[in-house]
Write a protein that binds this ligand. Sequence first.
Ligand SMILES: *Cc1c(COP(=O)(O)O)cnc(C)c1O
Length: 397
Amino acid sequence: MDAQQVIAWEKEYLLGVYKRPPIVFERGEGAWVYDTEGRRYLDLVAGIAVNALGYGDPEIPRIMAETARKLIHLSNLYHTEPHVRLARLLVEHSFADKVFFANSGAEANEGAIKFARKYARVRHGEDKYTIVAFEGAFHGRTMGALALTPRPHYQDPFRPLMPGVRIVPFNDIDAARRAIDEHVAAVIVEPVQGEGGIRPADADFLHALREATRAVDALLIFDEVQCGLGRTGHLWAHEYYGVTPDILTVAKPLAGGLPMSAVLMTQAVADVMEPGDHATTFGGGVVVSAVAHYVVSRIADPDFLAHVRARGEQLLSGLRALEDPRIVEVRGRGLMVGVEFDADVAPFVARAPEYGLLLINAGPRVIRMVPPLILSEEEVDIALERFARLLKETPTE
Ligand SMILES: *Cc1c(COP(=O)(O)O)cnc(C)c1O
């Protein structure tokens, strides 16, 4: 099939909920992806912060083939080894005592909501169920997670939403303290907001949330679906802050591009859940678990994390040196970087492929850079040079 045919069939047969550029991609290598015409693009999107190890890592297909030859699926009705080994690795490298595996970021957050609701009900009765979330948050598109994702365009067509949610301004300590009363079961927050515009939480804010939740025995949930697993140059984004949650959700990079997520929790949370309380058919399958074990082991290596911090600083300082009067702010941590403009960034995203670059936005005015974490020093320079040229030659409204 040629590229035009692929694009025509997409329009004819697929639900029109995505707008794609008119390029058909075929393969990737390192931090680069190639289209069917043989053009290559430096990828600052990485499958939306998924492809932490980049493209073409030979270990991933090797592990997939080796496990799949033995078993692809069995369900959670039976014991298998890979998810047990992965759970142990995650526990060893985090605050958590127990792990639940699922298949997407939204599904992990649904689990977190349910665990928090049950925890509150068991310990305090049926009037404690409210979940506090923040403006600018993104927790997913399923009905529970959607209620915690306060954006009219995402929510309004699908009302009524899950009740029992309070939305509070992000990084507003006083508003959060007022919202966290005895009816609150949990507070969910991204230590660095992703879709909302690459906005890091203030340290004081996260510490205040920890203190306020403890005071009413509410759970603190960190959604690290995007900012977790090495993205910020720390294994967990919250390590930078020195604040520990009760529940942590992880997904995007977890299984090297295969769909997988995890809910990490303390023993106190795990203690309220019993057999039959929650389940998922595919969660923690043998192939994804074996791949995720490899991915987490690679990312947890201190040298790997030091590389992410170094490349992140290089990228941030290069972006801060750009002289474009439309730039309002450059912010981020590790290889999770946002460039806020005083104009709509859609023209930059649309024209980036012409410069051999893939970019994504985070809201209307922020360019988000979430490249493969294996990006080299030279590739950061290439990205900066191409981005500078793109800005120079692209007018905005
Ligand atoms: C992407 C994302 C989700 C949703 O993950 P899906 O796998 O798309 O369901 C949830 N939370 C955050 C912070 C995300 O970035």
